[in-house]
Write a protein that binds this ligand. Sequence first.
Ligand code: ADP
Length: 151
Amino acid sequence: MRKAIFPGSFDPITLGHVDIVNRALPLFDEIIIAIGVNADKKYMFSLEERVNFIKENYKDFPKIKVTTYSGLTTDYCQKEEVDFILRGLRNPADFEFEKAIAQTNRKLSNIETVFLLTSHDTAFISSSIVRDVYRHGGDITGFVPKSVLKK
Ligand code: ADP
């Protein structure tokens, strides 16, 4: 069985994340969307909210699981018997950052990272910009799935 983990903060999940997951669906038998918990990081949405946004968006997708984890992503992959890490690339900055992480993960384990290039219409979306727009009362329709808009 071909299992992948899509790790991230998802603070909140955006249409950029959704695009990557939807396009990865035919490639894997199961995709675990895993929210990494980092005690040093401040989040806008609680862990429970972030989990629920994703769960609601994918409630009709049996191939998708939503979990949370702390510690090394590679340790979590080993525990869940996952062979692939899924990540999205938007620009050269993402590439440089992701390259170092993927190479570190390869050094730590046999886990392969699979990158999908963002679609042109979601390339500019990031959770941090969405948080900024939301914080200042702007309209985030068009950046996030319906499950986030409901809040
Ligand atoms: P992290 O804190 O791990 O970067 P994020 O939730 O910001 O968590 O992102 C998780 C993954 O989703 C990363 O691989 C990131 O590059 C990817 N991603 C985020 N936004 C987009 C987008 N608009 N298009 C493609 N990939 C994206």
